[in-house]
Unconditional design. Structure first.
Length: 168
């Protein structure tokens, strides 16, 4: 006993066979109707084959031209990218060099400023030391005169600085 599923398959197979028969009958009718036109179609096919071959040759030539143009454009594009990369690298190196120069310039100015401040400080200290030394030198000169004059140690009375022992 056949099942429902088998019956369903059979129906679809029969329908597709019927459609194939209808299509084949239509195509055979068209062939018979154009019986005398077959010779013209064969000539068109031969002309079409030649034109297709020419078209293929032309297409191959055009394809080769387009590929050459595409390769040239690709090469130019790569050159432009390389030039842009070189330009960016140059600009970045130029900026780095400028910044380095500015940094070195600032360091040099700071170094010079520090050296000048040290010299100014030393000169001021020397000036102060000379002032102090000048005052002490006058007192020491007076004491030396007493030592040389008297040749023995005696107390010298200097009321501004107190008493000191001298050779008199």
């Amino acid at each position: 006993m056949p099942t429902v599923a088998e019956n369903g398959k059979g129906e679809h197979e029969e329908e597709s066979m019927d459609q194939d028969d209808v299509e084949s009958s239509k195509s055979s009718e068209e062939e018979t109707a154009s019986g005398s036109g077959m010779e013209g179609e064969e000539e068109c096919e031969e002309d079409g084959d030649e034109s297709t071959e020419m078209d293929e040759d032309e297409c191959d030539k055009k394809r080769a031209e387009y590929l050459d143009d595409l390769a040239e454009l690709d090469r130019q594009f790569i050159e432009l990218k390389d030039q842009e990369a070189i330009k960016r690298k140059f600009e970045s190196e130029e900026l780095a060099a400028y910044q380095h120069m500015q940094s070195e310039k600032i360091l040099l100015f700071d170094s010079l400023k520090q050296e000048l401040q040290d010299k100014i400080r030393r000169l001021e200290e020397d000036r102060n030391n000379i002032d102090i030394y000048s005052g002490n030198q006058a007192a020491n000169a007076e004491a030396e005169i007493r030592i040389v004059t008297y040749g023995r140690l005696t107390p010298a009375k200097d009321f501004s600085k107190g008493s000191t022992w001298l050779w008199a």
